[in-house]
Design a protein around this ligand. Structure first.
Ligand SMILES: NC(=O)c1ccc[n+]([C@@H]2O[C@H](COP(=O)([O-])OP(=O)(O)OC[C@H]3O[C@@H](n4cnc5c(N)ncnc54)[C@H](O)[C@@H]3O)[C@@H](O)[C@H]2O)c1
Length: 388
């Protein structure tokens, strides 16, 4: 950690000669380097193309290792982004290799839980892509393990970091919508084409896509008390890059109802069979994907919650609805690992909370149980709310 402040450094260098300036600069740089959080990325596939450059832009983080069981991918990403990291073909070698402080898990969803556990057992903090485990029980055990070892674990997504989320949360908390009653969120596209795991058991449109809306709606309306859902498979066969023709085993279509406190009900719809001419990156989207109604006003989030483009707020019987928060001011959906890493260095508590990720994981599991049994499922988890 850094011992001298920038101000002291500048004061001392102003008084000293060129030799001192040079040595001070060197020691300052060394201290800055020491202060950096060393991270290792496991899983060098599609999403690592968003994570690596974002992490590289942070002055507080250094990527020291890259790992992938398809080892050539770790080598390729190391070269493509000029990372200059150590590379490994297996987590055992990664954990025994170059020391680091936090593991960033961006592998197939199904192995997140076991990899995160191994990292915690080896004394590493963890940022995990969603879901952080395959079940709520597995995720909760990871959190307990982290707590018992004085470590931290967090799970994606980072939607609560956007200024649009903050604006919507504040609007609700200030009572501008009156009593919040009903909300809807939707996210879908025609499905990833590169990897089979999205469609295999433990995959599905809920942990890949619905997870964003679940985080947003519970983040805005509070923890859900119960869940009812219907899920289905619309397209039973797919062709993907890594395995060719495959059978779809996980839901590619899901509707989830959430019961919040004080009578508020929200609905999430997500799927891999949603035609959207705006594509995966939602460029040029003018329609809303989130809507929230109260008895004194309503709000619509333009674009997706992970790529927000503005919020329409309507609270008047006579005036037209107004557009707010057209800029995301630096927020990017892939920022989770960077922001968490920076919060560890600075010693500040981030808005993203592991209990929230766990709550969303329990919702996904409950939605599957509800769809299978036709029953309403009561939830046990919660998180600190309101978030803004
Ligand atoms: N691709 C995106 O745009 C995107 C966006 C947001 C979140 N995500 C999430 O990121 C995660 C990865 O998605 P992706 O699209 O990058 O998938 P991908 O298939 O492109 O990459 C996953 C990589 O993980 C590697 N891997 C699998 N098991 C491993 C193990 N045990 N040890 C080391 N490496 C292993 C695979 O070889 C592969 O290279 C998923 O949780 C997904 O939901 C992806």
């Amino acid at each position: 950690m850094q011992n001298i402040t920038r101000q002291k450094f500048l004061q001392s260098t102003a008084l000293a000669g060129a030799a001192l300036l040079l040595s001070s600069l060197e020691s300052f740089a060394a201290e800055e380097k020491e202060k950096k959080l060393r991270v290792a990325i496991i899983g060098c596939g599609s999403v690592s193309n968003r994570y690596i450059p974002h992490l590289q832009r942070s002055s507080l983080i250094e990527i020291v290792s890259l790992c992938d069981i398809k080892y050539e991918r770790a080598l390729e990403q190391n070269k493509k982004y000029n990372v200059n990291a150590a590379t490994y073909p297996h987590i055992d070698k990664l954990l025994a290799g170059v020391p680091f402080d936090m593991m960033i898990t961006t592998t197939n969803m199904q192995v997140h839980g076991e990899l995160n556990k191994q990292a915690l057992l080896a004394g590493k903090n963890v940022w995990s892509e969603k879901p952080m485990a395959n079940s709520y029980a597995e995720g909760k055990a990871l959190l307990d393990l982290a707590n018992s070892k004085g470590l931290r674990i967090w799970g994606a997504p980072a939607v609560v970091n956007s200024p649009q989320f903050a604006f919507m949360s504040k609007t609700i908390q200030e009572g501008k919508l009156g009593r919040p009653s009903s909300a809807h969120g939707q996210y879908g596209h025609t499905g990833p084409t590169w990897s089979a795991f999205f469609y295999e058991k433990g995959g599905g449109s809920m942990p890949d896509l619905g997870v964003y809306n679940m985080a947003t709606l519970t983040g805005l309306l509070g923890p859900a008390k119960s869940v009812m859902a219907m899920t289905s498979i619309v397209n039973p066969e797919r062709t993907v890059d890594d395995k060719g023709k495959i059978k779809v085993e996980a839901e590619d279509n899901a509707h989830i109802l959430l019961e919040h406190d004080k009578g508020a009900i929200s609905h999430v719809m997500c799927g891999f069979n949603f035609f959207d001419p705006h594509g995966h990156d939602a460029k040029g989207q003018t329609l809303h994907s989130i809507q929230i109604y109260g008895d004194a006003g309503n709000m619509r989030l333009i674009g997706y919650d992970w790529e927000p483009l503005g919020v329409m707020l309507d609270t008047s019987w006579t005036e037209p609805a107004k557009l707010y928060q057209e800029s995301a001011e630096g927020y990017q959906w892939q920022e989770g690992a960077t922001k968490i890493g920076e919060s560890l260095v600075k010693g500040i508590e981030p808005r993203i909370a592991v209990e929230h990720a766990l709550h969303v994981l329990e919702i996904i599991e409950a939605a599957r149980a509800s769809s299978a049994t036709g029953k309403k499922i009561i939830l046990q988890s919660s998180f600190k709310w309101p978030m803004v």
